[in-house]
Design a protein around this ligand. Structure first.
Ligand code: ATP
Ligand code: MG
Ligand code: MG
Length: 592
């Protein structure tokens, strides 16, 4: 269940603001460094955070946590949150992902536009790859100071010599070359004189450090790959651990908030920005990294690699498959940004990785949709109901008996739904039983039940085909029992049946979704998570909708009475070929 919000990040920010901290002011840089213009003139005492996705896949529910935390802190403390694409790795990054990430951050309700210190509206959207020139210059600086060296060991040798937890590493035989030698080699690396993987630039720190991240971490590698932003300009690319602190510092980030797995990287983060500040390459005060616990959601996986595998191996129908915990998938499923934000904010920021029950998210979703989704009747598993005395009561089989209901029980402004009775209706197959169990109050021969917003009917039997399948349920209308009329309650019944007139029901495709996995923590155990995919997570059926839904736009959310919340599919729904997705049931019924 939801963790009580803990405010350690807020406490840190409030302390910093109280102490009147001054964010870094931008030094004049060369025009080639976009970064130097990035942050614009700064107000003193404004915090800066950032959400730094790598554009190598679609955002998932875990990212929503980081987005809401970073943008939320900036909002709450009058600061600015940057959207920064951490695009330092050319291999897997694509424009498609950049566009989708921007779209989903905005969908969640956030903007990276903010007023700068001079009151101008500034787009705080950045690309780490715009800092490649600066990063390279900083690398030359480190080499010149004897703080970095080119290592020509093979990757295997490097791994072997790194040592292990409790075992110190061994110095590389290339570690003690002169700064001049190293500078020459670094420039050769940059100029494409050496093959991919033949050497790397490493920081020169301490091969015996108990923190393995300080055992001369790699800063640059050679990789001939076309980058989505810089094309073929570079054949060397900075490592994430080197690039990230520089990005934060250039953008004058004050509170660099990241997930717990980066905690061991913090000493290197501090080492790097401190040395670059000493060399006058970065302005003080320097950014600080703070770590919080990841958000994990039960019954899904939140690892881009595994999500990609689901897509590429076609276990799902794409990144926006409504079963996926990607934000594009959840949006298509019908989850609202309000519900996602409420769930994420309820978890606060803590120092442990949190597991959130999927049911908690569904609870927030219901709380949001309950208050705004219009109601409608829909039949998901249809069987015909024939009203045998229809012509007797209404004078003709052609008569249509008008019925109505409020579109929403508490929102009169949503108006009234209109539909009508005819001699044949669609009802749910489960609403009739020839020989019912005890306590069953719906239709069985001799029993009375109410057609919701309509009449009481008495079941008389059913029709069957040659294989004994029930093809129609038979009933008689009880006169003078119409809902809303004076005698309506004279006949007492326990069962209420939802229905759609066969003469006006809208035939529709219904995609019934459930949890993607059958176990709460599908990637925690020994079994391959793919074996735990829920084969029932998507079922497609044909049903009927009441006529009030004849012209709803894609993405309209509706509560189908008694069934749950549904959304008109944003991709496939058309007025003449409706498609509705099940978002969630009216109450938590998973596994029941
Ligand atoms: P994945 O592990 O799914 O590949 P990532 O961390 O590699 O995700 P990034 O694009 O680097 O993906 O993520 C951007 C930001 O979102 C990072 O700061 C990261 O820490 C944060 N983030 C990613 N997953 C979660 C999560 N489950 N909970 C909270 N924050 C997350
Ligand atoms: Mg990452
Ligand atoms: Mg990751």
């Amino acid at each position: 269940s939801a963790v009580k919000p803990s405010n350690f990040l807020r406490a840190i920010i409030e302390r910093d603001l109280e102490q009147g901290f001054q964010p870094a002011r931008h030094f004049a840089g060369s025009p080639g460094d976009a970064a130097h213009h990035a942050a614009g003139p700064l107000d003193p005492a404004r915090i800066r955070t950032r959400f730094p996705p790598e554009p190598n896949g679609y955002l998932h529910i875990g990212h929503a946590k980081s987005i809401c935390l970073n943008f939320g802190l900036a909002r709450d403390y009058g600061g600015i949150c940057h959207l920064r694409f951490d695009d330092t790795n050319p291999e897997k990054e694509e424009q498609e992902y950049v566009d989708a990430i921007k779209e989903m951050v905005a969908w969640l309700g956030w903007t990276w536009d903010a007023k700068d210190g001079a009151g101008r509206e500034v787009d705080h959207l950045f690309y780490a790859s715009d800092y490649f020139d600066f990063m390279y210059r900083a690398a030359e600086y480190l080499v010149s100071q004897g703080l970095a060296y080119v290592d020509e060991q093979t990757p295997e040798e490097m791994r072997a010599n790194r040592g292990d937890f409790g075992t110190p590493g061994k110095n590389s035989p290339f570690r003690d070359r002169s700064p001049e030698d190293n500078l020459t080699r670094l420039r050769e690396m940059r100029d494409g004189k050496h093959p991919d993987g033949s050497m790397v630039l490493r920081a020169k720190i301490d091969m015996a450090s108990p923190n393995i991240n300080l055992r001369d971490p790699a800063l640059y590698r050679i990789r001939r790959a076309t980058h989505h932003n810089t094309g073929d300009r570079w054949c060397i690319y900075p490592m994430y651990t080197y690039a990230h602190p520089i990005e934060d510092a250039l953008e004058c980030i004050t509170h660099s908030v990241c997930t717990l797995e980066f905690e061991d990287q913090r000493p290197f983060y501090d080492w790097l920005v401190e040395h670059l500040a000493q060399g006058g390459l970065l302005a003080r005060p320097l950014p600080h990294q703070y770590e919080f616990g990841r958000l994990n959601l039960t019954y899904v996986v939140t690892s881009k690699r595994k999500l990609r595998q689901l897509v590429e191996e076609k276990h799902v129908d794409g990144w926006d498959d409504p079963r996926m915990p990607t934000l594009v998938g959840m949006r298509r499923r019908g989850y609202t940004p309000e519900a996602i934000r409420a769930m994420v904010e309820s978890t606060g920021a803590s120092k442990t990785n949190a597991w959130i029950e999927y049911a908690v998210l569904d609870g927030y979703l219901r709380a949001d949709l309950e208050g705004k989704a219009a109601r409608a009747m829909a039949v998901l598993d249809p069987v015909k109901l024939k009203l045998e005395n229809y012509a007797e009561i209404f004078g003709s089989l052609e008569h249509r008996e008008a019925c109505s209901a409020p579109a929403h029980p508490h929102l009169p402004e949503l108006g009234t739904r209109h539909f009508s009775l005819g001699p044949e209706l669609w009802i749910e197959r489960e609403d009739f039983m020839e020989t019912p169990p005890k306590g069953y109050h719906r239709l069985f021969p001799g029993n009375k039940a109410r057609l919701k917003y309509g009449y009481v009917i008495e079941c008389t039997g059913c029709e069957k085909d040659a294989d004994s399948n029930i093809t129609a349920v038979l009933a008689r209308l009880v006169p003078d029992t119409k809902s809303g009329t004076p005698g309506a309650d004279a006949v007492k019944v326990k069962g209420v049946i939802t229905w759609v007139g066969a003469h006006e029901g809208i035939a529709t495709e219904l995609r019934l979704y459930d949890r993607l996995f059958t176990e709460a923590q599908p990637d925690a155990g020994e079994r391959n998570f793919l074996e735990l995919l829920n084969p029932q997570a998507k079922r497609v059926v044909q049903g009927y909708l009441e006529p009030s839904l004849s012209a709803v736009a894609p993405d309209t959310k509706v509560q189908f009475e008694r069934h749950g919340y549904f959304v008109a599919d944003r991709v496939d729904h058309r007025a003449d070929a409706p498609v509705f997705n099940k978002i969630t049931g009216l109450k938590d019924s998973f596994g029941k």
